[in-house]
Design a protein around this ligand. Structure first.
Ligand code: CUA
Length: 315
């Protein structure tokens, strides 16, 4: 009798053991399924960076997309309440991307709609994961950890373009950046070389140095003015002039020592700063370095340039 009961219990014990074994197996299979079929990822901790040192960390000084090889990219991104930097990124179809994402303050999430990407961003840790973008379109990024009052507005976007469109996008991006760099160069050349006389405000100094605000555009607009402005910078100007009823007797030195790009940039700066862009004739082409190169070596003197100025039909 006792023996029978013991065996009955042992039978149930074996069943329960088998059941828990099956359950454990099921969980492992679910994880494997999500990783292999659904494109799930396990984020790896790829280093630590405390929120305070994040901006000086080499990965996050200039967050964004970086090409690492043929269709291989690295994306670095900083999350903070309540935004991602950069919030929007553009990638070509098929891009294989390694992400490095870190939080600057509290716990955030990085979830990429319609992909397997769903990562927790723990302050102090750099989350790293890979993703391949085969599907075209726009994918929403959301923060999926409640992080405060603006949590629901913490959004981003990944746009995946066909290769040809991506190349176009990149070219546009490069020229916007170049334009920004040109503008910065123009301003720095102006500050270093021109502002002592013509002033940072472009107003000049009464009696000595003529204003560039307004006047630079007037000169440009006169026939031959475009070339004349290049000559003034390359060869200087000497002789009394009158601008808006005020006479000026200062001497403009020659700036041949500046590079062609610098001269083009500073001319463009003078034509667009201080509100000049508002009075500049529409559709004009900005100066290019080649134009400056072409006018070097004519050996004009500051007096020659002065004579040229007399022939410009200025009001
Ligand atoms: Cu960040 Cu929610």
């Amino acid at each position: 009798m006792d023996q029978n009961r013991h065996e009955a219990i042992a039978k149930w014990e074996r069943r329960w053991l088998a059941l828990s074994g099956l359950l454990a197996l099921l969980f492992v299979l679910l994880i494997a399924y999500s990783l292999a079929i659904e494109g799930g990822h396990i984020a790896q901790r790829s280093g630590r960076a405390s929120p305070e040192e994040l901006t000086s960390h080499e990965l996050f000084q200039d967050p964004g997309v970086r090409a690492m090889g043929p269709n291989r990219f690295q994306v670095t991104m900083v999350a903070q309440a309540f935004s991602f930097d950069p919030a929007e990124i553009v990638l070509p179809q098929g891009a294989e991307v390694t992400f490095f994402v870190a939080s600057k303050d509290v716990l955030h999430g990085y979830q990429l709609q319609n992909t397997g990407v769903n990562v927790e961003l723990i302050p102090g840790e750099i989350a790293s994961f890979r993703a391949t973008f085969d599907k075209l379109g726009e994918f929403r990024v959301t923060c999926n950890e409640y992080c405060g009052i603006g949590h629901h507005n913490m959004l981003g976007k990944v746009t995946v373009l066909p290769a040809s469109q991506y190349a176009q996008y990149q070219r546009a991006e490069v020229s916007t950046q170049a334009a920004g760099a040109e503008e910065a160069l123009g301003e720095s050349v102006y500050t270093a070389n021109c502002s002592a006389c013509h002033q940072a405000t472009g107003q000049g100094l009464v009696g000595a140095f003529p204003p560039l605000q307004g006047h630079a555009v007037d000169l440009y607009g006169a026939e031959g003015g475009r070339e004349y402005l290049i000559d003034v910078l390359l060869y200087g100007l000497q002789g009394p002039i009158t601008v808006a009823g005020t006479s000026y007797s200062g001497v403009m030195p020659a700036w041949q020592q500046l590079g062609d790009e610098e001269i083009a940039a500073v001319l463009n700066y003078a034509l667009t700063a201080w509100g000049n862009d508002a009075v500049l004739p529409g559709g004009i082409e900005l100066y290019r370095a080649e134009e400056i190169t072409a006018r070097r070596g004519t050996g004009l003197s500051p007096q020659d340039v002065y004579e040229r100025r007399q022939t410009l039909a200025l009001e």
